[in-house]
Structure formats: C-alpha cells, structure tokens
Design a protein. Sequence first.
Length: 75
Amino acid sequence: MPIKRLNLKVGESKEVDSLLVRFENLKVERLRQRYSKIDNRCYRYESLSFDFEAVLEVDELGLIVRYGNLWHSLT
C-alpha cells in the first residue's frame, strides 16, 4: 500500500501515481492520488483524477481495516 511506503508524519500529504485498469475494456489509465495522514491510525485518500475521497483506518501493521463507508474488516 502506498501509505506504508510514503512514511508520512501526522499532518503530511503526498501525491502518487497509480494505474487503473478498466475491466470492461482493459484500458489502463493513470490515476493521481493524494494520501494525508490524519493521525496514527487514519489517512485521507483523495483521487485527483475523479471525484472520490475516503478516510482509511489501519491496524497496528498498517493494513487497512476500514475504507470509508465502503467496507470494513470483520476481524
């Protein structure tokens, strides 16, 4: 996950590139993203390519356990 590699401090943000594969036609697109560290367990994810953002909650290993209102871990 980019948030682990970015090694952000609380209050810091960084923009990264990723690839988005559209499954309907297998078209590959550049996806600009921004991650901001809110506190030691939460990050704000923003897509700079389209209108989407979510707060990501991580566990002590840095694995996402909650992805905004979309999903959460059952463990």
